[in-house]
Design a protein. Structure first.
Length: 254
């Protein structure tokens, strides 16, 4: 069953279980342990949970460590009260250090995730450029980009229309924003519109067609993903311009 648990669930479970377990192990040695050594041991527990990159669980571990250290490792034992001023300082320091460490660990994981995501975006752009340089025609590139857009933007489907501008659907712009009539749709707050939206394909001022994007419910790609989608459409425009394509044939991906 453990393999079905999310990272967050594991972190929260560890936040509840690890501090009392560590304090219980230290109980036989509590008479000889200094406050500093107690804090250092408990900080290790906090860091272990925070390393999962789950900030709330790291904070919860720090709070739990404070409570259990006061209850089991500070006189009078077994009572939630503190007599020595030094114990108060220990509890406060443990909480401050625990919160700070959990925040740093979570931020480090977020930065790593951003780096991995950026690498994936660059790989998609590079793959399309390489395909455009080796393919026998633009239709292969269009089909490939349709598949990329489905995964990149969280779509239920994608098709390409040659040289057609019918209606006024929402439009994914070059800067990653979404224009819908006379207003700008807040994609960062509201995700993609439920309506099918267009991504126009130009090259050197020449309009070649558009990708028609059918978002999945709740699709909310970040700005970086939307900008990559625009870049992929630009690559298709360059390929169509080079091929001098004027056909009305459509390409579809669902």
């Amino acid at each position: 069953m453990l393999r079905y648990l999310t990272r967050g669930q594991v972190a929260v479970g560890a936040a509840f279980a690890l501090p009392p377990a560590v304090c219980a192990v230290l109980v036989p040695f509590r008479a000889d342990l200094s406050d500093t050594n107690t804090v250092l041991v408990l900080v290790v527990a906090v860091v272990a949970v925070a390393a999962l990159g789950h900030r709330p669980a790291g904070v919860l571990t720090a709070l739990s460590a404070v409570v259990w250290s006061v209850l089991l490792l500070s006189r009078p034992y077994g009572q939630f009260s503190v007599v020595k001023p030094a114990a108060v300082v220990t509890a406060v320091l443990l909480l401050v250090v625990g919160v700070a460490v959990s925040g740093l660990a979570a931020r480090g994981r977020e930065l790593k995730l951003i780096a991995l995501t950026d690498d994936d975006y660059l790989a998609q752009i590079h793959h399309t450029a390489r395909l455009a340089g080796t393919s026998t025609g633009p239709h292969t590139v269009i089909d490939h980009v349709c598949r990329q857009l489905v995964g990149l933007l969280g779509l239920n489907g994608c098709r390409f229309e040659y040289g057609i501008l019918v209606g006024r659907p929402p439009r994914l712009e070059e800067d990653g924003s979404i224009a819908w009539g006379d207003r700008c749709w807040d994609a960062d707050r509201d995700g993609l519109p439920r309506e099918e939206l267009e991504l126009r394909v130009f090259h050197h001022g020449r309009f070649h067609g558009r990708f028609m994007l059918r978002p999945a419910p709740g699709a909310a790609p970040p700005l970086a993903a939307r900008l990559v989608a625009v870049t992929l459409a630009d690559q298709v425009g360059a390929e169509l311009d080079a091929a001098g394509t004027t056909t009305s044939r459509g390409s579809t991906r669902s």
